[in-house]
Design a protein around this ligand. Structure first.
Ligand code: HAM
Length: 416
């Protein structure tokens, strides 16, 4: 017996008609950002492993989840777990003019424990602005993303913002934070104690109930940031308010990657389970380009998970699968040759047309016509063929008519 294969754990096949939503989502994202001056950037799906080590050697993405391997040439390669590191690598390599505004969409790979909304191959749409310190760039990118969610019909998406300060602000805060947790080790779970040793910031991420009060009482990073970083954050908040983008301050919002500085943000979909409700997030990474050997290049960006956005759309009952992709279905009971030419002519006239194959029965072809979502069937049988006619049968109610074949295009258009 032939072996039966299925898609690898943590991956999904997306077939039509569901896939039509993906194209619609991608088109809408592209439109939202390209209309604001962002250009599409395509980077390889795999890179030198070291490119991704720059996102933070202590992050789970790097320590546990990397899809890395040695290629046939003995190079250490990894499938990209996220796109920002690749975009920055490409920036440093090609040095486009700044501010460089880039948008992207594509698959990302993380060896995670798969569950609803958490996949090993998932897809992100994202955008980055490289080479500006202007807080208005933060406001622009956040508000465009907010507008994108709204354009899909999502209403229950909540924006949280925070500042992580500059790299220089971090050590003092980490010291105080570590001291706070170390003084209360008995409250911490074993997992959090391990996290504390690696990266005290990430303890703030814990959602375990017994640690909630301790985390609530922890010192806040926002109280430790430099005056410049605080002023920057203030400008971001006033900017968002000025253009009517609603947000919440989230002093405990830390993100899973080490490159962040200053503004960080996340969008949570309240219609989803809290473990997987992050439908997008990002922030500034003012020092990353220098880590790739580039010039100082303050930058900001985000990525948003396509699967999760679609789950949120389902939960809110918005952004339905687009209906029919064809308007006309050709049914030929003379053997199929007429369908071949008719379909060809109608498509050449700009109509969206499908047909049946395999010279099936009239009944079976009409079933396909119904399923296709077309609004009209063009019937050609031996009578029509002999008389040089076709019959147009509306599929959503109405009387059928027989018209000369030469008049087919204008007659069909009357129905559409
Ligand atoms: P991230 O928070 O790791 O950030 O991922 C962004 C989004 O990707 C998440 O909010 C979520 O919607 C989706 N996502 C992440 N992991 C998974 C998964 N395993 N399954 C399904 N969806 C997932 C970044 O990737 C940064 N590169 C964002 C950024 C861009 N920061 C600055 N520029």
């Amino acid at each position: 017996m032939a072996p039966q294969f299925s898609a690898p754990i943590g991956t999904r096949d997306v077939l039509a008609p569901e896939s039509a939503r993906w194209s619609a989502l991608a088109a809408s994202f592209h439109n939202q950002f390209s209309s604001a001056g962002y250009g599409l950037v395509l980077t390889p799906i795999f890179e030198d492993l070291n490119v991704f080590l720059r996102v933070g050697e202590h992050t789970e993405i790097v320590t546990k989840e990397m899809y890395d391997f040695e290629d046939k040439g003995g190079r250490r390669i990894a499938l990209r777990p996220e796109n920002t590191a690749s975009v920055v690598r490409a920036f440093v390599e090609h040095r486009p003019l700044t501010p460089w505004k880039a948008l992207y969409l594509g698959p990302q790979f993380r060896y995670e424990k798969p569950q609803a909304g958490r996949l090993r191959q998932f897809h992100q749409v994202g955008a980055e602005v490289l080479g500006t310190m202007d807080p208005d760039a933060d406001v622009e990118i956040i508000s465009l993303l907010d507008g994108f969610y709204r354009s899909l019909g999502l209403r229950r998406v909540r924006l949280m913002v925070n500042t992580l300060g500059d790299a220089g602000d971090r050590p003092r805060y980490l010291e105080v934070l570590s001291a706070h947790f170390t003084a209360n080790l008995d409250v911490l779970t074993e997992q959090s104690r391990a996290t504390l040793a690696r990266n005290p910031l990430r303890v703030l991420d814990s959602k375990r109930p017994q640690e909630r009060d301790l985390i609530e009482a922890a010192p806040k990073l926002v109280d430790f940031v430099s005056d410049e970083a605080a002023a920057h954050f203030e400008r971001v908040q006033t900017g968002l308010t000025r253009i009517g983008v609603t947000f919440e301050l989230a002093p405990r919002l830390v993100r899973g990657l080490d490159y962040y500085t200053r503004t960080t943000f996340e969008f949570a979909a309240d219609a989803l389970d809290s473990a997987q409700n992050a439908v997008g997030g990002g922030g500034r990474y003012d020092g990353l380009a220098e880590e790739f050997g580039g010039p100082p290049t303050p930058s900001i960006g985000f990525a948003a998970g396509v699967e999760r956005i679609l789950m949120a759309c389902d939960a809110e009952g918005v952004f339905a699968v687009p209906s029919a992709t064809v308007d006309v279905f050709v049914v030929d009971t003379t053997g199929g040759q007429e369908a071949l030419t008719l379909t060809h002519e109608l498509r050449a006239a700009g109509l969206r047309v499908d047909r049946a194959f395999d010279a099936r029965s009239m009944k079976s072809q009409m079933k396909s016509a119904d399923r296709s979502g077309a609004s009209i069937a063009v019937l050609i049988g031996t009578d029509e063929l002999a008389a040089g006619n076709v019959t147009l049968r509306p599929l959503r109610g109405g009387e059928q008519i027989t018209v000369p074949r030469t008049q087919i295009v204008p007659e069909i258009r009357k129905f559409l």
